[in-house]
Write a protein that binds this ligand. Structure first.
Ligand SMILES: [Fe+2]
Length: 352
């Protein structure tokens, strides 16, 4: 409650207002006079009041109209209103209650009755104000805590992503020590997922899981991994094992991203016609994430220079990918890839 509650006294008879001031002033209330309904409405728009004493019979706008307007405005709807009335009839009282008044005081005023009713309603108003203030403080606190939690989550996610990239970079370090390949894979797969119209959640998990597709390379000896030139059949068998090794490294997780990463590691060299490795899966039996990674991984390998190979010209890369349509790659993925080929090239150029 404020130090001195403020009461708006609305009456077209100045002597009634003087009387109210004489009763209420010494009891610790500040009384603001209004000689008409219009004046009263103008004053409540400027200053917060703790109570309104409202005459019923006034020229132009009567007390009922003023009350209805007060109740219709959310800023004044909760100010308690006592109607000052000489009206005795039940009908008028019902009309006043319907208009939203909280209490009545009959004219001529009885000082004791007036003070008792004023005190009680001012106290209720003070509780109401306190409650509103508490609600407001609570809202601010909740917003503050939510923002803090949001920041912590973002930080956690960043740490999580950095861990994924570190693991993936460690695996690729020997033939790509910039880490650019794994970043490009994330960006290509996201572009593909958006083009295909996959759900936001899947796209996000794919973005995080796809860089781990080759973690199994960590288990492939240098002599095979970095051999300049073609691998012989025995070396090729060793190289193919990176898919199974990767799946072994990532197995047993309950986390969605790692589970997807494990599936991708195991099956990103499967081919649409069933001639891939290690399982020889065919068509839609190959996980969707792996069918996406398969095409962008080949694209990136062909377009990039590595210690043991030169980069292919862009037209040749596209030709090879088209040749793989329906044999190596899922036709839907080939279409999606070429639907966003400019973006793919941009990702390559911007992330060398
Ligand atoms: Fe691979």
């Amino acid at each position: 409650m404020k130090d001195q509650p403020v009461i708006l006294a609305v009456d077209d008879q100045p002597q009634n207002i003087e009387l109210l001031e004489a009763f209420l002033g010494p009891a610790g209330y500040r009384v603001v006079p209004a000689e008409s309904g219009e004046k009263a409405l103008a004053l409540v728009a400027q200053e917060p009041f703790d109570l309104i004493l409202l005459d019923v019979v006034m020229p132009r706008m009567n007390g009922f109209e003023v009350l209805r307007k007060l109740r219709a405005d959310p800023r004044t709807a909760y100010i308690p209103v006592i109607m000052l009335t000489a009206l005795k009839g039940a009908e008028d009282r019902i009309q006043a209650i319907e208009a939203g008044c909280d209490d009545f005081i009959s004219k001529p005023f009885d000082k004791v009755e007036l003070l008792a009713r004023v005190r009680s309603l001012v106290r209720i108003k003070a509780y109401h104000d306190k409650l509103l203030e508490y609600e407001h403080r609570l809202e601010i606190e909740v917003a503050h805590k939510t923002a803090k939690l949001q920041r912590a989550l973002i930080e956690k996610e960043r740490a999580y992503l950095e861990t994924i990239y570190s693991l993936s970079r460690a695996a690729e370090y020997r033939d790509d020590n910039t880490g650019a390949h794994i970043l490009r894979i994330s960006l290509y797969t996201r572009a593909m997922a958006l083009k295909i119209g996959l759900k936001e959640r899947f796209t996000k998990v794919l973005f995080q899981a796809s860089p781990m597709h080759d973690v199994g390379k960590i288990g492939i000896p240098d002599a095979v991994l970095l051999k300049p030139g073609k691998l012989d059949p025995a070396e090729w068998e060793i190289m193919k094992r990176h898919s199974v090794i990767g799946a072994e490294i990532l197995k047993g997780s309950k986390v969605g991203v790692i589970r997807m990463a494990q599936r991708i590691a195991l099956t990103h060299h499967e081919k649409w016609d069933g001639s891939g490795y290690p399982l020889g899966l065919k068509g839609a039996r190959i996980p969707l994430a792996s069918r996406i990674v398969a095409i962008v991984d080949v694209f990136d390998a062909l377009i990039s220079e590595r210690p043991y190979k030169k980069a292919f010209p862009l037209e040749k890369v596209f030709e090879i990918l088209r040749e793989g349509d329906g044999t190596h790659f899922d036709p839907q993925m080939v279409k999606a890839f070429f639907d966003c080929q400019d973006e793919m090239v941009r990702i390559t150029q911007q992330n060398k």
